[in-house]
Design a binder for this molecule. Structure first.
Ligand SMILES: Nc1ncnc2c1ncn2[C@@H]1O[C@H](COP(=O)(O)OP(=O)(O)OP(=O)(O)O)[C@@H](O)[C@H]1O
Ligand SMILES: [Mg+2]
Length: 264
């Protein structure tokens, strides 16, 4: 697909810091119990980077993402997005969850347009933007259908289009493909990679899949078992080509991630 300049993000400079976490720790308190989910997280993510966060179940990946999204405050430390401390959710961050969470009473088009209507976009501009996005995620011909008429993979594509609609600088994804069958998952991974390459968005992708992290991260962070701390932080030299999965770099990176996940 040719580049879509209209959808390109415009970071202030190529090295602008999009997300900065300093000394971040999060402890849950429930029923008199304290659960330390994450500790000592220091990360600076440049605009346009695609950070894959991988680690065992319960190591604090979703906690980390929810703090960047602004749904949850860190117990200690600070998170800045675009230089500003995070105090809550904002239009600069689009979020995609494991389940698509589409509005069942709206068409696909209506779901993608929802945030734009809320943000006061004029009807004609909204319509144009929605059609662009549906094309981008490969749903150009099903905009009129309701979510229940779509397959799981199509619903997740619609959720990605909805998150991209207000043109957030940062896209946060929490196990977005975990509920899908292997083939659909592989296809959507390739598509997300294509979207990242074409739009230049900053991505934070949480996954427990080593392959997904190796394929989609321009940088990969591995967290230890709970409390999650960073045990590997590596920039990826994966060539920006189609079929990246078949390159030797992919295999080598995959092995290093796997070793870090296993604590080797
Ligand atoms: N609302 C909560 N109250 C209390 N403890 C919680 C809460 N949410 C998460 N936890 C605990 O914090 C730890 C980290 O949870 P989190 O959901 O961030 O893990 P995760 O890495 O996303 O796991 P998974 O891969 O299974 O999704 C877990 O031990 C979990 O039990
Ligand atoms: Mg999780």
């Amino acid at each position: 697909m040719p580049p879509r300049p209209d959808l390109l993000a415009a970071p202030d400079s190529a090295t602008a810091t999009a997300v900065a976490l300093s000394g971040v720790r999060h402890e849950y308190r429930s029923g008199g119990r304290r659960i330390l989910a994450l500790d000592g997280i220091d990360l600076r993510l440049a605009a346009g980077e695609s950070l894959a966060v991988v680690g065992p179940s319960g190591c604090g990946k979703s906690t980390l993402l929810r703090m960047i999204a602004g749904f949850l405050r860190p117990s200690h430390g600070e998170i800045r997005v675009g230089g500003e401390p995070v105090t809550g959710p904002g239009p600069d961050r689009g979020v995609v969850f494991q389940q698509p969470r589409l509005f069942p009473w709206l068409s696909v088009r209506g779901n993608v347009a929802y945030g734009l209507r809320e943000a006061g976009w004029a009807r004609s501009r909204r319509r144009e933007r929605v059609e662009q996005l549906l094309e981008l995620v490969g749903l150009g011909d099903v905009g009129g259908l309701r979510p229940y008429e779509l397959s799981g993979g199509m619903q997740q594509r619609a959720a990605i289009a909805r998150a991209l609609a207000p043109d957030p600088a940062i896209l946060l994804l929490d196990e977005p493909f975990a509920a899908l069958d292997a083939l659909t998952r592989e296809r959507l991974q390739e598509e997300l990679r294509g979207i990242w390459l074409r739009t230049g968005k900053t991505l934070v992708l949480v996954t427990h899949s080593v392959d997904e992290a190796a394929l989609l991260g321009s940088r990969v962070v591995v967290l230890s078992p709970r409390p999650g701390t960073v045990v590997l932080d590596e920039s990826s030299a994966l060539p920006r080509v189609e079929q990246a999965r078949e390159t030797p770099e992919f295999g080598a990176l995959r092995t290093r991630i796997l070793q870090a996940v296993r604590g080797e």
